[in-house]
Design a protein around this ligand. Structure first.
Ligand code: BES
Ligand code: MN
Ligand code: ZN
Length: 440
């Protein structure tokens, strides 16, 4: 009675004693997804009041959730209604810190839009988003937000002796793309930059047929999303450019199409990676680690002091963790500690899996240094061990997002389709390396 609104939608958040940012995020998404098909374009979201959750975190989660819920993957439907919630307002209790909540709101817009940008890239089919076009989309974004960018192709791969990356692209009519995005923090005082340089490396396979070790036909269409790790890095770089953390960041996406062809690489071939290590190709479908090997080496050559990579790398990771947790690996407990802390802010689920000498043994080659598969068992781990060979001593985190990059069953708060997983966590990890204002 006496309600000023025409309609009231009540979304359950569960027990108040168990309120989390994640529940608020999903509630806002659920609200948006509920009103969207009903032609409602404006929504006011009443901020839940709780001692468990600071109002700023709550604001941020609500706005992020609204963006997540607003995304639909029906880009190419002729009857697409282009429905979107056009106005999302937060009603906070009287006495709330308006300035702080507005800052959280503004930040969440950037994060939500960046996650959705990633999702829009992941959603594109292989024919509409080739490696070259992915590079163009990254460049357009970079121009808009003021990032330095360069797109390279075959010649550069040859110049840099990226034999592992090139070997994946050689069987495709589409040239590869080496996408480089650079973010420089503003206002470095007292001389040259001496802080960390974070290298973000993404797998950008715009279509993975498996190559000569061809995949079965069933579900092969899904392999258009094999560039989700690369797209996550592009989305994270967008957010970084707009949120301006005081830390240097380089984003690298290794984009290629993995196809069978007369020119394609074959099982048994030996490739020489940029680092000089030789790789025996056992299975051409284990291509992600090949492009990442050279991407990681290149990031180090460009001065990365800390590395993070994201990739839809292995089916084995999906077998291990299902579609609930993504896999994570690290050679450095400090870097991992920062990532773990970032997860509490992002609300994303990653589960750390082990590395170890016994696993490294499984990818030793008779003819060369390493082979690109280590057999069926522990497949996510041997893939990580492969990458570890190329990061050497650099602190590094590897994210295997194969099971989470695509939402298989729609949920009330998110559409079936690309999830944009890892964007928010990578962003928070990057921000955790910010230099203190006093060191500038
Ligand atoms: N892109 C796939 C991994 C994948 C599987 C992503 C399912 C998303 C969903 C990757 O390139 C691949 O094919 N990996 C092989 C490796 C194997 C040959 C060692 C796999 O997981 O089967
Ligand atoms: Mn593959
Ligand atoms: Zn792949």
């Amino acid at each position: 009675a006496g309600l000023a609104a025409n309609r009231l939608l009540i979304v359950g958040l569960g027990k108040s004693a168990k309120l989390t940012a994640d529940k608020v995020r999903n509630a806002a998404g659920t609200a948006v997804r509920f009103v969207k098909p009903r032609g409602i374009r404006e929504l006011v979201f009443a901020l839940p009041v709780s001692e468990l959750l600071p109002a700023a975190s709550c604001t941020r989660a609500a706005v992020e959730g609204a963006f997540v819920g607003d995304f639909d993957p029906d880009t190419y439907r002729s009857d697409r209604k282009d429905q979107s919630v056009e106005s999302f307002t937060l009603a906070a209790p009287a006495g709330a810190d308006r300035t702080a909540l507005e800052a959280a709101f503004a930040e969440a817009i950037i994060i939500g839009e960046s996650q959705n940008f990633t999702r829009s890239l992941v959603n594109e089919p292989g024919n509409k988003l080739t490696p070259t076009i992915l590079g163009q989309r990254a460049a357009q974004m970079a121009e808009k937000v003021g990032l330095n960018w360069r797109n390279y192709s075959t010649d550069k791969l040859h110049d840099l002796k990226m034999g592992a990356f090139w070997s994946v692209s050689q069987g495709s009519a589409e040239p590869p793309a080496l996408i480089v995005l650079r973010y420089e923090p503003e206002g470095v005082k007292d001389g040259p930059y001496t802080g960390p340089t974070l290298g973000l490396v993404g797998k950008g396979i715009t279509f993975d047929s498996g190559g000569i070790s061809i995949k079965p036909g069933e579900n092969m269409e899904k392999m258009k999303y094999d560039m989700a790790g690369g797209a996550a890095m592009i989305g994270a770089m967008r957010a970084i450019a707009l949120l301006k953390p005081r830390v240097r960041v380089i984003g690298i996406v290794c984009a290629a199409e993995n196809m069978p062809d007369g020119k394609a690489q074959k099982p048994g071939d030996v490739q020489t990676a940029m680092s000089g290590k030789t790789i025996e190709i056992i299975n051409t479908d284990a291509e992600g680690r090949l492009v990442l090997a050279d991407g990681l080496t290149y990031a180090r050559q460009l001065g990365a002091t800390h590395l993070i990579d994201a990739a839809t790398l292995t089916g084995a990771c999906v077998v291990a963790l299902g579609h609930v947790n993504a896999g994570a690996f690290s050679n450095d407990d400090e870097a991992w500690g920062k990532f773990d802390a970032a997860l509490t802010i992002s609300g994303e689920k990653f589960w750390r899996l082990p590395l170890g000498e016994e696993y490294a043994e499984m990818i030793k080659s008779e003819i060369g240094d390493i082979k690109n598969t280590g057999g069926r068992y522990g497949g996510a781990i041997t893939a990580a061990e492969f990458l570890k060979v190329f990061v050497e001593e650099t602190p590094w985190i590897h994210l295997d997002i194969a099971g989470l990059a695509w939402v298989e069953d729609s949920k009330p708060y998110i559409a079936k389709g690309p999830s944009g997983v890892a964007v928010r966590s990578i962003l928070e990890w990057v921000r955790s390396y910010q230099l203190l204002a006093t060191s500038f």
